[in-house]
Design a protein around this ligand. Structure first.
Ligand code: MG
Length: 411
């Protein structure tokens, strides 16, 4: 691997730590010292947890009764995306005050173009990263981790490598050393299946991944693998998306990690997908008018159904209700399934939604005081009440793998 110059390009990745749980800790200071778990719809599954809850063995996707058994002292709160969206806006406003060029990547993480920013502030990248973390903490009460590197993939890996509340600055000359300390599974976009494939070819560390010959990389992982190889070598090929583009669709899908015919388990997976979809819609201030639900059978046949929504929405309650009714009409008892997913279509911008839709959209929310300002009205489309939303409760299945969903990577 050819050493590249230290800062031919500079990108920061800022990622809030245990975001949903941290937001809850901020508005519930009385819970200080208690592990916090944030729950999905119908309060069935843990979708986020504080670091101390994690240390007690609570995982994302764990049924709440199991988590309660592990940590009776923990508090369990329903997710509130409207509030997380507001906290997220505050964090992104702070980032924009450091560099005007940011790409919002998910509700709690963003990339920043840092080229030239040292000159503007007369500070080193390490000082800037520390300043950013401190500003976020002062203004919101939550901690974030920051990675700065030559490419977005390295910046993301850098922030991830030092959580929570850490700064990691990765100049060109330190890339090899950094990659040598990480596994291939630590590379964003390398999931379980790709890791297994790479292991078969003796590739275990991220450095071995970068050193894989182009021919073999192309054969194993195709264009995506080559892109990652360049990014990890310090050569940027994935530019920041600084202007918000309206995506044609947003998909959340995954293999369930097993073949199952259990209706409740499948509904729980779908709930997870809808939760992540809604969190991205809220973070990017987008609405969807039409969903597609699909189920993949053990035989790899697909069953799917389009689900039009009454109004453009990013309400968890509305989306979950549509998916639930679609699922019950699509699901066949006795059939074994291996994957499921949700795709949002007809995506529009929440901030330009016409006000005559407001009356209908308002039924998505309970809190009318948010009508006070235009911004508040727009935020309102992201207001969710989870207690009424529909999802299956996951029954204990000792051999079932834990549900584990990767970070939001679909653009
Ligand atoms: Mg985060």
């Amino acid at each position: 691997m050819k050493t590249i110059s230290n800062w031919s390009n500079a990108i920061a990745h800022v990622d809030c730590d245990a975001f949903y749980a941290s937001c809850e800790a901020v508005r519930h200071p009385e819970l200080k010292g208690r592990p916090i778990c944030v729950l999905s719809s119908q309060n069935a599954i843990v979708v986020a947890k504080s670091y101390d809850a994690k240390a007690l063995g609570i995982g994302t996707g764990m049924p709440v009764w199991e988590a309660r058994k592990l940590a009776p002292q923990a508090v369990f709160l329903p997710a509130d995306f409207r509030y997380y969206g507001q906290m997220s806006d505050k964090v992104f406003a702070i980032l924009r005050s450091y560099s005007p060029d940011i790409e919002i990547y998910s509700i709690d993480e963003a990339f920043m173009d840092m080229n030239g920013i040292r000159l503007l502030w007369h500070k080193s990248f390490r000082q800037l990263a520390d300043d950013i973390r401190l500003s976020i903490w002062r203004e919101t009460g939550i901690t974030a981790s920051v990675g700065i590197a030559n490419t977005r993939t390295l910046a993301k890996m850098a922030s991830e490598s030092n959580k929570p509340d850490g700064t990691t600055v990765l100049p060109g000359k330190r890339i090899e050393h950094f990659l040598n300390g990480l596994a291939v599974a630590d590379i964003p976009g390398i999931g379980r299946n790709r890791t297994a494939l790479l292991h078969k070819f003796g590739v275990r560390t991220a450095l071995e991944f970068v050193r894989l010959g182009d021919g073999l990389m192309q054969r194993l992982l195709g264009r995506h693998g080559m892109q990652l190889k360049h990014e990890l070598s310090g050569h940027p090929v994935l530019p920041l998306l600084l202007k918000p583009v309206l995506p044609k669709s947003l998909a959340r899908t995954a293999s369930m990690g097993c073949v199952t015919g259990d209706r409740d388990i499948m509904m729980a997976h779908l709930s997870g997908h809808v939760m992540r979809l809604v969190s991205e819609l809220v973070a990017r201030q987008l609405l969807t008018r039409r969903l597609r639900l699909f189920l993949t059978r053990a035989t790899f046949e697909h069953d799917s159904i389009f689900l039009p929504l009454e109004v453009p929405s990013n309400s968890l309650k509305r989306l979950m209700a549509a998916i639930k009714s679609g699922f019950y009409s699509l699901f066949r008892a006795g059939v074994q399934y291996r994957a499921c997913g949700v795709v949002a279509f007809d995506i529009s911008c929440a901030t330009t939604a016409t006000s005559d839709l407001f009356g209908l959209m308002a039924s998505d929310t309970r809190q009318t005081r948010l009508m006070l300002t235009v911004n508040a009205v727009n935020r309102k489309y992201g207001n969710h009440t989870l207690s009424l939303a529909a999802a299956g409760r996951v029954k204990q299945k000792s051999k079932q793998p834990r549900f584990h969903y990767p970070l939001l990577v679909v653009r």
